[in-house]
Design a protein around this ligand. Structure first.
Ligand SMILES: Cc1cc2nc3c(=O)[nH]c(=O)nc-3n(C[C@H](O)[C@H](O)[C@H](O)COP(=O)(O)O)c2cc1C
Length: 354
């Protein structure tokens, strides 16, 4: 693969993301796979990530990894990053990805009230609601800050190149950002700055637990899995308050999650969410959302649109999610024009693992 093969244009060229050298501008988006029994990634998990790295994905972002607290989630096949077997399993993964020529970030995750059955902690809960999650106390906040810091330290020990904090899609940190799920009356609720305060403290705790040169990526979104029309910010000014708090706390890269990368976010501008994040903070950004899902991507103008937005400075790295499930070699095949070897995404790819 060379810079001159070039349907994928500048996206194939090496770059550095917050100081981390990457072989291409493609990332693998984080995708939960439920293949880590007892929270321990197996050799198959290591081979799965290596395969994508070997085929031109510059940065692997792992599936969500639960921080070590009983409220984070209780799926037993979702990985963790605790000292011992889980950390050793991740060390095998990072070694394999590095051997394949890639870099890898661990995504740190707490489900908040999305945990099923709902019996954990949340940013806030309606008063008098029976059962379900309970609103976090200030003591819970301290406990969870320590859990995030410990997971980040585990990521360093396991050989990761970066960490990503999952603050998107309606999970715990995003519950704080979204007014609908955060009606707290203490300093963690109310204005956009107050709603950003707990996620920012998590960023600060993680930043403090990893070497200064290790990028801390923060993933955020407007939409929630339970409400695609939800918004954490109604205007660029509100978004600026939130993202400035992230930057001040030590975020190095913003991963702006959208369902479709080419959709504008605010009226009067075609900029996507990554474009706004970069413009408002000056930080490098990752875009994502329905990239390459089927063959029409190459013929309909969508690829040109992606390259155009990249070249215009709207994002630095493009993350591929679902298309990589069934096509570990999507980047190298697309780069070489081997379209016959690329299969369109189909829902059943989510049940496969190779
Ligand atoms: C099976 C599956 C699991 C996912 N798990 C996660 C996850 O653990 N963390 C996360 O931030 N996003 C997760 N996502 C969202 C993806 O990272 C990505 O944002 C989404 O699939 C859109 O990108 P795509 O259109 O390229 O697939 C998941 C998506 C899928 C399909």
């Amino acid at each position: 693969m060379t810079a001159t093969t070039t349907l994928l244009g500048s996206l194939l060229t090496p770059t550095t993301l917050a100081g981390l050298p990457l072989s291409s501008r493609f990332a693998m988006a984080p995708m939960t796979r439920f293949r880590s029994p007892g929270g321990v990634p197996t050799p198959e998990v290591a081979a799965y990530y290596r395969r994508r790295a070997e085929h031109g994905v510059g940065l692997i972002i792992t599936e969500g990894v639960l921080v070590d607290h009983p409220s984070a989630g209780h799926e037993t096949t979702v990985p963790r990053l605790t000292a011992g077997a889980a950390e050793d399993g991740w060390r095998r993964v990072t070694n394999e990805v590095h051997a394949g020529g890639g870099r890898i970030a661990a995504q740190l995750w707490h489900l908040g009230s999305a945990r099923e059955p709902v019996d954990g902690v949340a940013a806030w809960t309606p008063s008098g609601e029976p059962g379900g999650s309970r609103a976090m106390t200030l003591a819970d906040i301290d406990t969870l800050l320590a859990a995030y810091a410990e997971a980040a330290a585990g990521a360093v020990r396991a050989g990761f190149d970066a960490v990503e904090i999952h603050a998107a899609h309606g999970y715990l940190l995003d519950e704080f950002l979204w007014p609908h799920t955060n009606r707290r009356t203490d300093r963690f609720g109310g204005s956009p700055a107050a709603r950003a305060a707990f996620p920012a403290e998590v960023i600060r705790a993680v930043r403090g637990a990893v070497p200064a040169a290790m990028p801390v990526i923060v993933r955020f979104s407007q939409f929630k899995e339970r409400d695609f029309t939800a918004r954490i910010a109604e205007s660029p000014a509100e978004l600026a308050v939130i993202l400035d708090a992230f930057a001040a706390a030590g975020a190095d890269v913003l991963h702006a999650s959208q369902r479709r990368f080419a959709e504008p976010v605010f009226g009067g501008s075609a900029l996507n969410l990554a474009g706004w994040a970069g413009r408002l903070t000056g930080l490098p950004t990752i875009t994502v959302g329905s990239i390459g899902l089927d063959g029409a991507f190459f013929t309909s103008g969508a690829l040109d649109e992606l390259v155009r937005r990249h070249d215009a400075g709207e994002f630095d790295v493009a993350a591929l999610g679902r298309i990589l499930l069934g096509n570990p070699a999507w980047v190298s095949h697309a780069a070489a024009g081997r379209f016959g070897e690329i299969r369109d995404y189909r829902k059943s790819d989510e049940d496969t693992f190779f």
